[in-house]
Write a protein that binds this ligand. Structure first.
Ligand code: EPS
Length: 385
C-alpha cells in the first residue's frame, strides 16, 4: 500500500512528508521534485510569501545513490519565512505579550469551524495548518509518484482553462505543445488570448482587494486498461481521484470527461463507441474521460477541477470577534489574489499520487524489477484479448 503522512504549519519551521510503500530500485531525482515545487510557487496572482520562499526538498531517508531502498522516504521543505515568526510560532515557551492573537474568522476559511472544533481561542492555531502552504507536501509526494509512473509510460499534466469568467478555448490536442504553452504562461493556460484576459481580471481583483477562482484540467496519458475496480465502491478510481482532488485547499468541484455536460445530452451523444482495428480496441471519442465503471479504459484520464476564490480578502467581509461577539471585519492575513495556476500544479501531482496507488495495487511488488515483470505479463495478456 502506497501512503503518506505530512506535518507542518505554514509559518512553522518546516513541512515534512513521509512516503511509505514505494518499491525498491526506483530511480528518483531531487531535480524533478524541486521542479514541481518551483512550479507550485509560481503563477500570476500570487502574494508576497512566494518571494520569500524558494522551496527545495531535502530527502533524509529511503534513498541511496538516487535509488529507493523500499524503506520510507522522508522529505523536508524548510519554511524560510519561519525566521520572521520565531516568536509567534515558537514550538515551546510562552506566546508573545503584544497580543497578536486572531479572533475574527475569515468567511470561507476553516477558521470558525476549526476554532470551535479544536477549542482554540487564537484562530492562528487553525489557519496555520489549514493553509494551502501544506500543498507543498502533496506536490513532493506526487512528484515521487510521477517518477514511478513515468517508468511505465504514464505521464501527467495540467493546464488552466478558466479564471473567473474568462475561459480558454484554443487548446492544442498535441501533448508536447500543451505542456510547452502551459509552462510558458504566467497563468498556466495554453490559450494566449485567454491568458491576457485572465491576467487583466486578476489585476482587477487585486485592485479591488478581492480574489478569484477558476478551473484547471488534468490529463493523464498512458494508463493501462484496468486501474481501479468496479467491484466495490471504495475501489472505484473515479471516486478516489475526485476525493483526493476535493481534499486540496479551496477545491469545490471535480468533473470527469464530459462531467456535468453529460447530464444534458442524450446517451448516444455521450458514450464512446467501441471499435477494433484487428490489433487493439479503439475509442473514437473520450466522453468518459478514460474511466468506465471506476476503471481506466486505456483512454487519457481527463479531469476538470474547480477552485473557489481564496477566502482571505484584503477588503474583508463581515465577521464576528469570537471573544467579544461584536461585529467586526474578518482578519486579514497576507495571502494570494488568485492561486489557480499553482493549484493546477498541486492537482496534477495529487492525481499522479492516486494513479500510482492504483498502479501499485494492480502491479505492486517489493522491487521495480518484480513490478516490471508483472506489468509486462499483464500487457501481453491485454494484447491477446
Ligand atoms: C501558500 C499559500 C497561501 C499563502 C501562504 C503560502 O496559504 P493560505 O491558504 O494560508 O492563504 O498565502 O503564505 C502565507 C500564509 C503568507 O504568509 O504569505 C503556499 O502555497 O505556500
Amino acid at each position: 500500500m502506497l501512503r503518506y503522512l505530512s506535518g507542518g504549519e505554514s509559518h512553522g519551521p518546516e513541512l515534512t512528508v513521509i512516503v511509505e510503500g514505494l518499491p525498491s530500485n526506483l530511480n528518483v531525482s531531487k531535480e524533478i521534485i524541486d521542479e514541481q515545487l518551483r512550479k507550485r510557487q509560481q503563477g500570476y496572482g500570487r502574494g508576497m510569501r512566494m518571494k520569500i520562499e524558494s522551496d527545495q526538498v531535502e530527502v533524509t531517508s529511503g534513498v541511496r545513490f538516487g535509488r529507493t531502498l523500499g524503506s520510507p522516504v522522508t522529505m523536508r521543505v524548510i519554511n524560510r519565512d519561519f525566521s520572521h515568526w520565531t516568536d509567534r510560532m515558537a514550538v515551546f515557551g510562552a506566546p508573545p505579550e503584544n497580543g497578536k492573537e486572531i479572533h475574527r474568522p475569515r468567511p470561507g476559511h476553516a477558521d470558525l469551524a476549526g476554532a470551535i472544533k479544536y477549542d482554540h481561542r487564537d484562530v492562528r492555531n487553525v489557519l496555520e495548518r489549514a493553509s494551502a502552504r501544506n500543498t507543498t507536501t502533496m506536490v513532493a509526494a506526487g512528484a515521487l509518484a510521477r517518477q514511478l509512473l513515468s517508468e511505465f509510460g504514464i505521464r501527467v499534466t495540467a493546464h488552466v482553462v478558466e479564471i473567473g469568467t474568462v475561459r480558454a478555448t484554443n487548446i492544442p490536442s498535441d501533448w508536447d505543445e500543451l505542456v510547452r504553452l502551459a509552462d510558458a504562461s504566467p497563468v498556466r493556460t495554453a490559450d494566449k488570448d485567454a491568458e491576457a484576459a485572465m491576467m487583466a481580471l486578476i489585476d482587477e481583483a487585486k485592485a479591488k482587494g478581492d480574489t478569484l477562482g477558476g478551473v484547471f484540467e488534468i490529463v493523464i496519458e498512458g494508463c493501462p486498461i484496468g486501474l481501479g475496480s468496479y467491484v466495490h465502491p471504495d475501489r472505484k478510481l473515479d471516486g478516489r481521484l475526485a476525493g483526493a482532488l476535493m481534499s486540496i485547499q479551496a477545491i469545490k468541484g471535480v468533473e470527469i470527461g464530459l462531467g456535468f455536460e453529460a447530464a444534458r445530452r442524450f446517451g448516444s451523444n455521450v458514450h464512446d463507441p467501441i471499435l477494433h482495428d484487428g490489433t487493439s480496441y479503439l475509442r473514437p471519442s473520450n466522453g468518459a474521460g478514460g474511466l468506465e465503471g471506476g476503471v481506466t479504459n486505456g483512454q487519457p484520464v481527463v479531469l476538470r477541477v474547480a477552485m473557489k476564490p481564496i477566502s482571505t480578502l484584503y477588503k474583508p467581509l463581515d465577521s464576528v470577534d469570537m471573544v467579544t461577539k461584536q461585529a467586526e471585519p474578518a482578519a486579514v492575513e497576507r495571502s494570494d489574489y488568485c492561486a489557480v495556476p499553482a493549484a493546477s500544479v498541486v492537482g496534477e501531482n495529487v492525481a499522479a499520487w492516486v494513479i500510482a496507488q492504483a498502479f501499485l495495487e494492480k502491479f505492486g511488488n517489493d522491487s521495480m524489477e518484480q513490478i516490471r515483470d508483472v506489468f509486462n505479463a499483464y500487457q501481453a495478456r491485454v494484447r491477446s484479448r
